[in-house]
Design a protein around this ligand. Structure first.
Ligand SMILES: [Zn+2]
Length: 342
């Protein structure tokens, strides 16, 4: 399987902290995640490929011009503020999105960043841009005839909306890949198996019927992202019926997860996409530091086989999955399972 990653550029983004229960903690979305994931790639003997620079077009197909301008310029503008911090954390948010668009870097940070987990540093834009380039390059490989390809996206993307960063995510790599696939596929599905609900992805396609969004995740009633991911969220307007959330009780293990996935895949089969994007979070793992669900390492192989059995071209996009000894092994287990099941 082709693996797209730019180790140098994607490693540079190094967020210092995030706020947990009112306390500043080290940010778990560390460059070291790439090392662990690459160990899994090496173990599988996959082909590592350099992503191409696809420029702004694939990003602009998903994100607003104001948001992309903000992401690409705000660091420089923030540094002109006397005594500014080396990273941008928002300190004021509009209560409702009908608010006017502000001119200042401080105002825009509050407008475009939804939580305290995604500070913007000197390299955030470049790392995010290259993470997205991996997703587009993997989609291009699939367009070129590969049955599947994997994008080692870091930073991840599925919590990012059209104009809103959140949950360690700045550009929605899975959505960008799906939109790219739409050039030659009438119907594309995004299947999100990350521990957390793919709220940004849901938001981007919520009123559309051409991209089906399915997410299986820990119940957000008492878990991030709290405001999205509930079963009653089914899409709006033309998109009604084209979004499906399968929230699982905290601690759900392999059996419950595969049951949820199996139910979700029945809806995907009825939608009959000609290509899929798999938003592959590995944080549903029983040993992940977030501790939300209880999927085992063999569980990731089983999950991959179920997904591969759809038998449609697939772009696999890395989402979450945090530092633990098994992180690389879980990626290995998934990719080997996918190749074996396809
Ligand atoms: Zn996650």
């Amino acid at each position: 399987m082709k693996i797209f990653v730019d180790q140098e550029k994607q490693r540079q983004h190094f967020p210092s902290g995030f706020l947990v229960n009112g306390v500043v903690q080290p940010n778990p979305e560390k460059p070291e995640r790439m090392d662990r994931l690459l160990e899994g790639v090496a173990r599988g003997g996959h082909e590592i490929c350099a992503p191409k620079d696809h420029g702004m077009d694939p990003l602009a197909a998903v994100h607003t011009p104001a948001y992309l301008k903000f992401l690409s310029t705000v660091y420089t503008r923030w540094q002109r503020i006397p005594d500014a911090t080396p990273e941008i954390f928002p300190n004021i948010h509009p209560d409702r999105r009908t608010a006017s668009y502000p001119l200042s870097a401080v105002g825009q940070a509050g407008y475009h960043i939804t939580d305290m987990s995604c500070p913007i540093g000197a390299h955030t834009w470049e790392s995010s841009r290259w993470s997205a380039n991996c997703a587009v390059s993997a989609a291009q490989a699939v367009e070129g005839g590969d049955q599947f390809a994997y994008a080692l996206c870091r930073p991840p993307g599925h919590h990012c909306f059209t104009d809103l960063a959140g949950g360690f995510c700045y550009l929605n790599n899975s959505a960008i890949a799906a939109q790219y696939l739409r050039k030659s596929h009438d119907r594309v599905a995004i299947i999100d198996v990350d521990l957390h609900h793919g709220n940004g992805t849901q938001g981007i396609f919520y009123e559309r019927s051409d991209v089906y969004t399915l997410s299986i995740h820990a119940d957000p009633a008492r878990f991030y992202p709290f405001f999205w991911g509930h079963a009653h969220e089914r899409g709006e307007g033309a998109g009604f019926g084209y979004n499906l959330n399968i929230p699982l009780p905290r601690g759900t293990g392999d059996e419950g997860f595969m049951k949820g996935l199996s139910d979700g895949l029945e809806h995907i089969k009825a939608f009959a996409p000609s290509a899929v994007v798999i938003a592959l979070g590995l944080d549903a793992f029983e040993g992940d530091p977030f501790g939300g669900l209880g999927v085992s390492t063999p569980g990731f192989t089983q999950m991959a086989k179920m997904l591969a059995a759809l038998n449609v071209p697939a772009v696999i996009v890395q989402e979450g999955g945090y530092l633990c000894d098994e992180l690389g092994g879980n990626l290995y287990a998934f990719l080997v399972g996918y190749e074996g099941g396809a």
